[in-house]
Structure formats: C-alpha cells, structure tokens
Design a protein around this ligand. Structure first.
Ligand SMILES: [Zn+2]
Length: 464
C-alpha cells in the first residue's frame, strides 16, 4: 500500500504560564539563531580579509581532506551551539542558554545550516537576485513568531485522566484539541503561534493511502479562470461522450467580497494610526492590524474549506482527472485582484492534487499552452489568441461554437490522453502532453528564448 508523509495540524490550548514558557523557549532558540548569523558573517569577513591579502583559507586536515578555515556549515554550527550552551553566562554565573531544550536549539542549527546552504547554492548557480533566497538574517523579537521544532526524542503523547496530552522536552504539558485522529505515531512536531496569538501543534505522520477511484470510465477536464474558478467537462472515456453541464464547475467564491470591504476598513484604520518609523506603534494601530489579520485568516479558512469540499466531490465521481497545470505569476506586474485570484487557484490546484493522491486517482497536469486556441473537436488551432473579453470559441475549421472555458476543459481531457482513438464523438488528438506526475524526469518543453537563438546564430556565423 502506498504511503505518504504529511502534516496533521491541531489547535492547542495553552495557559498563560505555558504561553510564557513556550515564548521563552523560542526566545532562547532565537538567541541561538542570531549567534549563528553573527558568527557566519564574522567568518565571511575574515575570509574576505584573507583573500584580499592573497592568503589561502584552505588547509589539510588529519585525514588529508582539504578544508576551509572559515567554513560554517552544519558541523561547525553544531559545535558552536555546544560551546554556547556551556559558555554563555549571566552575572550570577547561570548558564542561561542551557536552560532551554537542546532538541529545539539543535533544530535551529539544522534550519540555519540548510538555509545557508541553499542561499550559497543559488548564489553559485547565478539564480537572479529577485528569485534567490538570501543568507540567514537576524530574527528580531517583534517580527518573528514563535515556532519550535521537536524531533522524535523531544516530545511524547501521554495519557492523563483519560485525555491524551502533548509533553514537550523541558516538561511543558499542552492540551491538544483533537479535531481528528492521528493516522500514525507522529515522527516530529512543530509547535507554533500565529499572528492572532493562537497556538498550533503540527505533527508529521505517515498516511496509508487507500485507493478509492470513482467510476472507471469517468474522466473530467478542468480549466482554471478568474470569473469561474474551475470550468469542467465530464467525459465518458469509452464512448467519448461529453457532458458540458456546470455540475462540477466552481464559481468564483463570493465570500471574498464582504471580507474585502472589512479588510479595506481595517487597513484604512491602520493607515490613519500609523506613526513614523522611529516611533513606537500605538495600541490602536496594533488593534487595527489584528482586525485585518483576523479577516485574512477567516477568508483563508473559508477558501480552504470550499476547496476541499469541491475537490472531494470531483474525486468521488471520477477516476481520471486532467487539470490545467496553472502556475501563479506573482512576479508579473498585475493588479492585486489578479494576484489574489492567482493565489486562490494555486491553492485549489494543490488541494485537488492532494485529494486525488490520497484517493489513488489518475491525475494529470496538462501544459496550458494553446489550450485556449485549439479546438476540442477537430484539433485545429486558431491563428490568433482570443482576447480575454471574447468568451465564445468558434472553430474556423469545423464550425463548432461553445464557451471558451468549456472548450479548454475539453482540450485538457484530450491532451491528457484519456480519450482512446476512434471514440465516437471526437477525432483522435495529437500526442498527449506528458504530465509531471505520471512521468517524472521528463523535461518540460520550453519555448526557444530569443537570447539563446541569438547565441546560436552568432556561433553559426563565426564557424562560417
Ligand atoms: Zn474545430
């Protein structure tokens, strides 16, 4: 049986005392992180000085391995933590860092090392600065929310008075709101606080996947859009018969509208109460900010809920799903409305993939290029891209005319290769576009870039 490692998250109830204990525990972790950042920057500067003086920073260790004096990876950072726990003392000689749990501080070292490694790797691979992860920065008390990671040895689930509670390293006992059963014994847990002051415990568990495919001949094509979030076409894969009805369409979630007005009001209040940067924030500002955060959270929860309900309905009624491989364009210069719609679609796509995965359903991601210009009936391609305002697709070749989104959704099913050749209703389509899910490792086709083609022509000229 297939298995999947996932997170199960629960609200936790904490008393003021536990809240303080967890916040303090995180404060110690933050101290560790900031020491690591300082040491890393320090070593970087020393290396620069060496290089400036034309001195090598390399040496041979006892095993004959070439090493760098100023390297600061996981091993070095881990050694620094051990040293800090012993040497950081206050006036009374108290080793204050060692009062915190070693498990969570060790996890901080791991996070730091992997963040640094990723940043250096991206620098080396010359990823553009706008898309690159920066080197780890100092975490300030005001901007970083408490988040503690406990590995297997750092926590226990204990039975007290018939209730299962979470016991963290250091002896902190937490009540969990068990909104659903844990599917397996958890491997690790992250305890964190959100911007509204709510605490959560997020367990890493293993989920046994039970295949629950819908009717074997039922396929569905899904096209994403702004007005109608998901436009669908239901197809019988044996007869090729298509159902263009709206039964599985998901219209644009309207609850965003009322919330948007509320959010705008809160943001207006925030703007009015904003003080210059060097002055402390007012209580009124903090209140307005909390108000805005609440609205955000509520909308996000509603969206997720609607998404899961829709995805479960789609998954239960189909055994094959062809879905547009939508990629959000956050970097493009678009309006806020478009950005939020993009984020909503990206979320919905992930929810659908998740629901299909746990039900063991064949889901294929279809490259969206030309899905709006191709005819779902005869595979002809219109010469021009349809302007966004034109909602009807009319084929110049076979004369069929239908909703533009419905046409795209039907193209998805055909492209995914779900309709066998010779099915009654439609002519066979060109080769299916391989999806990343079913055929991992196959590079996706990328259109020739102008720069590359320039480079090609210039070398060609040189050889002549
Ligand atoms: Zn046509």
């Amino acid at each position: 049986m297939a298995r999947k490692t996932v997170r199960y998250t629960y609200r936790i109830r904490v008393s003021k005392r536990v809240d303080n204990a967890l916040v303090r525990e995180y404060g110690l972790c933050r101290a560790v992180w900031n020491h690591l950042v300082a040491e890393s920057r320090n070593r970087h500067q020393q290396r620069r000085a060496f290089e400036h003086a034309d001195l090598t920073t390399l040496y041979m260790d006892q095993k004959g391995i070439l090493r760098d004096y100023f390297e600061f990876g996981y091993n070095e950072a881990s050694r620094l933590l051990t040293m800090l726990r012993h040497t950081l003392v206050d006036e009374s000689g108290r080793q204050w860092l060692a009062e915190g749990s070693a498990v969570t501080q060790q996890q901080m070292v791991r996070n730091f090392a992997s963040a640094r490694r990723r940043a250096l790797m991206e620098q080396k691979n010359q990823i553009p600065t706008s898309r690159r992860h920066g080197l780890p920065k100092f975490k300030s008390q005001n901007t970083s929310l408490p988040s503690l990671n406990y590995s297997k040895d750092g926590f226990k689930l204990v039975e007290i008075d018939g209730r299962t509670r979470l016991k963290l390293a250091g002896g902190t006992l937490v009540s969990v709101v068990w909104s659903r059963r844990l599917p397996s014994v958890p491997k690790s847990v992250r305890v964190y606080k959100d911007s509204l002051g709510h605490w959560y415990a997020s367990f890493v568990v293993i989920l046994e996947l039970v295949p629950m495919p819908g009717p074997p001949h039922a396929a569905i094509g899904i096209d994403w859009g702004v007005a109608t979030t998901a436009t669908t076409v239901h197809v019988d894969t044996v007869t090729g018969k298509r159902d263009f009805s709206d039964s599985y369409d998901l219209s644009h979630p309207q609850f965003g509208k009322a919330a948007a007005a509320e959010l705008a009001a809160a943001q207006k209040r925030m703007a009015r109460r904003r003080r210059p940067k060097d002055q402390p924030r007012t209580k009124g500002y903090a209140r307005a900010q909390r108000e805005a955060a609440k609205v955000y959270k509520r909308v996000a929860n509603q969206r997720r809920d609607t998404g899961h309900k829709w995805a479960r309905r789609v998954v239960a009624a189909h055994s094959k799903i062809a879905v547009e491989d939508f990629r959000p364009k956050f970097l493009a210069k678009t309006t806020m409305v478009k950005k939020s719609a993009d984020a909503g679609i990206a979320l919905l796509k992930n929810i659908l993939i998740w629901q299909a995965t746990i039900a063991g359903i064949d889901l294929r991601l279809v490259d969206p290029r030309y899905t709006t210009t191709d005819c779902a009936d005869c595979d002809a391609r219109t010469k021009h891209h349809l302007p966004l305002g034109q909602r009807t697709y009319t084929c110049e070749s076979c004369g069929v005319s239908r909703s533009r989104d419905k046409n795209s959704a039907a193209v998805m099913v055909a492209r995914a290769g779900f309709i066998p050749a010779g099915a009654e209703d439609v002519r066979p389509q060109k080769a299916a576009v391989p999806s990343r899910q079913s055929e991992p490792g196959i590079p996706r086709l990328v259109r020739e870039r102008t720069q590359e083609s320039c480079a090609l022509t210039s070398t060609h000229e040189m050889s002549r």
